[in-house]
Design a protein. Structure first.
Length: 356
């Protein structure tokens, strides 16, 4: 098949991990007989430097026209002071909103070989297999912001329609998995959460009666996530709770560097990015973990390009590389030599199937 992929390396370790994603895409295209047209575009801090805009119009239009967007990471100390006029993060939020990417899927699984890389006990995390469905284009991230000399406010607002559509995404996903959905809110305090709980209950009862629905308050969910993570299947929650809980959930897998994400809207296209940030502390050293990006590439192949076989081959190759001990510093066994980003990428390439 032919596909156009907009590639946004971004800042910090973004370009380093994206380089491995590009290698893998080229190799898969060759081995499986596809034509992937990859276009690299300026985004984030890098684009602020180049033209003062974290999401230049040419980058946005290329993303709109592409079959999928592959993104590295954005941000850095240079653009993050309280006095910064324009921030890389604004570009990311604008991109998500412009593409209508309201459903952010963040799967968390524990590779058996990495159970000891986690700060949590092996017996707690072994066998974890859950997916977060984070609402991505609403809530406090996008409500009106105000600031005067004495105060500041961020409005958290959700419409019924926004909640309905994300619950449908989560319900359908749960139906295809273990048919258990946990909806996370703060309905003992927030009005938006009371609406969230009401709408979720109604949509699930009417459209997904075969899926078991459970409600949890966000504070308690944060606790249960590390106490009994195996009990979760699909979790649906609003934008900010999802942001916070998925960083926490990454520790189940062993490292933030392992987790992929897919941000989807109405159409087939989507934005694929590792959930980690630009990690300015290790940027430029070639030691970042590329697996979160490579798992994101697998999601891109499956969900936007409709190539499940290729996606599966890539996931298996990452898994095999990890089993064989190909570990970057964040997941390395203490006392052993950690692989560089490029070496980890090469280990995955060497486990991809040959041309059939
Ligand atoms: C994420 C990131 C972003 C978010 C930031 C960079 C705006 O933390 O994708 O989780 O908060 O959504
Ligand atoms: Mn985050």
């Amino acid at each position: 098949m032919k596909a156009r992929i907009a590639v946004l390396p971004g800042d910090g370790i973004g370009p380093e991990v994206i380089a491995q994603g590009i290698r893998v895409l080229h190799t898969l295209a060759e081995r499986f007989g596809h034509e992937f047209e990859l276009t690299e575009l300026p985004f984030g801090g890098a684009a602020i430097e180049a033209c003062g805009d974290p999401l230049p119009p040419a980058t946005l239009s290329a993303c709109r026209e592409a079959d999928a967007v592959l993104l590295g990471a954005i941000g850095g100390p240079k653009w993050s002071g309280p006095e910064a006029r324009v921030r890389p993060e604004a570009g990311l939020l604008k991109l998500r909103a412009a593409l209508g990417a309201y459903a952010n899927l963040r799967p968390v699984t524990v590779h058996p070989a990495l159970a000891d890389a986690s700060t949590l006990k092996r017996e707690v995390i072994e066998g974890v297999d859950l997916v977060f469905v984070r609402e991505l284009t609403g809530g406090i991230y996008f409500g009106e912001k105000r600031r005067d000399a004495h105060s500041a406010s961020d409005l958290c607002i959700y419409t019924v329609a926004e909640i309905e559509r994300i619950v449908r995404t989560a319900g359908a996903l749960a139906r295809a998995r273990r048919r258990h959905l946990t909806s996370i809110d703060k309905s003992n305090v927030l009005e938006t959460s009371r609406l969230w709980r009401e709408v979720t209950t109604r949509v699930m009862a009417a459209e997904f009666p075969d899926v078991k629905l459970e409600h949890q308050l966000v504070d308690s969910a944060a606790m249960h996530l590390i106490r009994r993570p195996r009990d979760f299947d699909v979790l649906v929650t609003e934008n900010m709770f999802g942001d916070i809980l998925t960083d926490e959930a990454a520790m189940l897998a062993g490292s933030l560097g392992l987790l992929p994400s897919a941000s989807l809207g109405k159409g087939r296209s989507g934005i694929y990015e590792p959930i980690h940030g630009s990690a300015p502390d290790i940027a430029g050293r070639g030691i970042a973990n590329p697996y979160g990006t490579l798992y994101s590439v697998a999601l891109l192949l499956r969900l936007s390009l409709g190539l499940p076989e290729e996606a599966q081959a890539l996931e298996a190759a990452i898994g095999a590389a990890i089993t064989a001990g190909a570990r970057t510093a964040d997941i390395a066994v203490p006392g052993t030599r950690a692989l560089s980003t490029a070496e980890a990428g090469a280990a995955v390439l060497s486990n991809l199937p040959r041309r059939t």
